[in-house]
Ligand binder design. Structure first.
Ligand code: PMP
Length: 392
């Protein structure tokens, strides 16, 4: 279609430049439930791109809970939590999450529609203009956006560099300080040095926001990264997402009740949005029960991670030292990542190519993610296909 006026023309030029750099994103269309095999763009693909780490996204107990929830509550909640959208199922799952993932005692939990909104809420509620946020350079984009929204000074420290962070904390004149970090880095799979970060938070009187999107349900017997390290503190604001290992959608923040009450009263991304459907809270209760009662899923996932580490050790592309279900293969250039991803697709395997700005320039990668729903054969098939592509 002909571009007819200047503003559209500028957009079209920007899009064309992105395409030339291999940065244009496209959405493939999935037409099946989550699982190792997906119906996508009209064919079936073995899939290694989802964060459904425990294989719960299509679990019959969650589906039954959604149906019961729909019978009881209908679909929409009709209003925000503070107006009239807060249902008994939301209240119940908040109580259960507070017990399961408490970073201190006492603790309360608050549900959010997405992890993105949870992070925007915490950071903008706890810090403002005279304050400072300290964030790891590889933090998820929504923690960075949260820092910008808060209008606090935003200090980004080199990845996992606690010594650098300490210098910046020491030099800071900010009234209030907030350290924020991914617990498991979403594109690299490594763990943040949480014990050291907590020591620094203690020494400098700072809050510590731990974004455990990729650890909740998996690490620490399912309780998450804090339990993995045995950490507890009133300084910690714990954020877990519920669309990944929990297999549903949404997120929660768990912290001292005073922090949670502050979020309820002041966090704009919490206050000014419609409550998520109560049927999702029903699914979350079923999911939490499985996370609690079926440790075999985590054992299975750990076995698959070990298998992948050993069968992929001799691949020609660089791997990162990750012990989690996120197992990236660094290809470097955007075009190379796209080429290998496409070659896998043609062999019936879907591994998305991740490019800037999601990862730093020159570090385009295949972000391979494993799930307890995969089998040993799936892992071996992926390694064989990548090896065959490398040999071409
Ligand atoms: N934090 C991290 C580390 C993430 O990886 C993600 C999702 N990719 C989010 C937050 C956002 O969570 P949600 O998808 O629920 O908005």
């Amino acid at each position: 279609m002909a571009v007819t006026f200047q503003l559209l023309d500028e957009l079209a030029q920007t899009l064309a430049a992105r395409e030339a750099e291999g940065l244009l994103r496209r959405r493939r269309v999935v037409d099946s439930p989550q699982g190792p095999r997906l119906a996508v763009d009209g064919c079936e693909q073995l899939h290694f791109g989802s964060n459904d780490y425990l294989g719960l996204a299509n679990h019959p107990r969650l589906i039954a809970a959604v149906k019961d929830g729909a019978d009881r509550y209908g679909v929409g909640t009709g209003a925000s939590h503070l107006i009239s959208g807060h249902c008994a199922a939301h209240e119940a799952v908040e109580r259960e999450l507070a017990e399961w993932a408490a970073p201190c005692a006492p603790a309360s939990a608050l549900l959010f529609s997405t992890g993105y909104m949870a992070n925007l809420s915490v950071v903008s509620a706890l810090v403002g203009r005279d304050d400072a946020v300290f964030g790891d350079k590889l933090n998820h984009a929504c923690l960075n956006d949260a820092a910008l929204l808060s209008r606090a000074e935003f200090v980004r420290y080199p990845h996992a560099d606690a010594a650098h962070l300490e210098r910046r904390l020491q030099a800071s004149k900010a009234r209030r300080k907030l350290i924020c970090t991914d617990a498991v880095f979403s594109m690299d799979g490594d763990l943040a040095p949480l014990p050291t970060l907590l020591e620094l938070a203690d020494a400098h009187g700072a809050w510590l926001l731990v974004d455990d999107a990729h650890g909740f349900g998996v690490l620490g017997q399912g309780r998450g990264a804090l339990a993995h390290y045995g950490l507890a503190s009133e300084r910690i604001i714990y954020m877990g997402t519920l669309g990944k290992a929990a297999g549903v959608a949404g997120a929660f923040v768990c912290a001292h009740p005073t922090v949670i009450e502050t979020l309820v009263q002041t966090a704009r991304p919490y206050i000014f949005t419609t409550a998520a459907p109560a049927l999702l809270a029903c699914a979350l209760r079923a999911s939490l029960a499985i996370i609690r009662d079926e440790p075999a899923r985590r054992t299975r996932l750990a076995g698959l991670i070990q298998r992948w580490r050993s069968v992929s050790a001799s691949l020609p592309w660089r791997q990162l030292p990750s012990e989690t279900a996120i197992q990236p293969l660094i290809l470097g250039q955007n075009a190379e990542a796209l080429r290998v991803s496409q070659a896998l697709w043609e062999r019936g395997i879907w591994v998305p190519a991740i490019r800037p700005p999601t990862v730093p320039r020159g570090s385009a990668r295949l972000r391979i993610t494993l799930s307890a729903a995969h089998t040993d054969d799936h892992i071996d098939a992926l390694a064989a296909a990548i090896r065959a592509i490398a040999a071409e």
